[in-house]
Design a protein around this ligand. Structure first.
Ligand code: OGA
Ligand code: MN
Length: 234
């Protein structure tokens, strides 16, 4: 599964104008993403400017409470036994992901399959060919995902992920201009979708607990499991 993603090494050394430069704990979003408040009216997407928000309009979505507590429990019950047999990986310095274990799953119980059917229904274009197995990524409390772009060879236009167990912050940074960035608040049980330009021309990352702030507010990062659906390139 690691072949699906490639780290942007330049992001690890170079000081950036973006919040990746270590300002994340204090930086507030300069513009609020008014278009993307959840059903509760909560702000879920914000960015460095109105221009960057406009650039990815319709290509970045967070849907709060996409799954119920019972559905989250059903997914966990199905995934935990397999994950527990694996160790968290911490030591691969060039890995895009730090402190993780992962698996893929093709067959699901009916309840989980129904949830995934809903994800597919809202996230992917109707004629999309999906990547068969669903990717399951279990991040330890100390784990995080470095900035990367998913392989354009193996994955298509759309990435859709459910977040289980913990809230987290996903940061998107423009490949062309590191001062163009977006932060997504991913509440536990939410669904996020990245499409097209936002998926191909922005790196995405999941912030480590120490840096996990959204619009200036701490978002404690606990152990987090994501269930990620992707389509195939056309
Ligand atoms: C990945 C990735 C995000 C997530 O595995 O490529 O970006 O929500 N995961 O876990
Ligand atoms: Mn990715």
């Amino acid at each position: 599964m690691r072949r699906l993603i490639k780290v942007f090494k330049q992001f690890s050394n170079k000081p950036l104008l973006s919040p990746s430069a270590g300002l994340s704990s204090v930086s507030k979003c300069s513009v609020e993403g008014h278009e993307n408040k959840g059903d509760t009216g909560r702000l879920l997407v914000c960015g460095s400017s109105a221009v960057v928000l406009e650039k990815v309009r319709g290509q970045v979505e967070v849907q709060e409470d996409f799954i119920s507590e019972d559905e989250e429990l059903a997914l966990l019950k199905e995934l935990e036994p397999g994950l527990k047999k694996k160790r968290y990986e911490f030591d691969h310095w060039d890995d895009a992901i730090h402190g993780y274990r992962e698996t893929e799953r093709l067959q699901w119980t009916a309840l989980c399959e129904a949830v995934l059917g809903r994800v597919r229904g809202v996230a992917f274009p109707k004629d999309s060919q999906l990547l068969g197995p669903v990717h399951v990524l279990d991040l330890d409390k100390a784990g995080y995902i470095k900035p990367h772009i998913d392989s354009i060879k193996f994955c298509g236009s759309t990435i859709a992920g459910l977040s289980l167990l913990s809230d987290s912050v996903m940061r998107l940074v423009s490949e062309d201009n590191a001062s163009d960035w977006l932060d997504l608040l991913l509440p536990r049980r939410s669904l996020y979708i990245l499409r097209n330009h936002a998926r191909f021309h922005f790196t995405h990352e999941i912030l480590k607990d120490e840096e996990s702030f959204f619009s200036g507010k701490k978002v404690p990062r606990h152990r987090r499991i994501s269930v990620i659906c992707r389509n195939l390139p056309t």
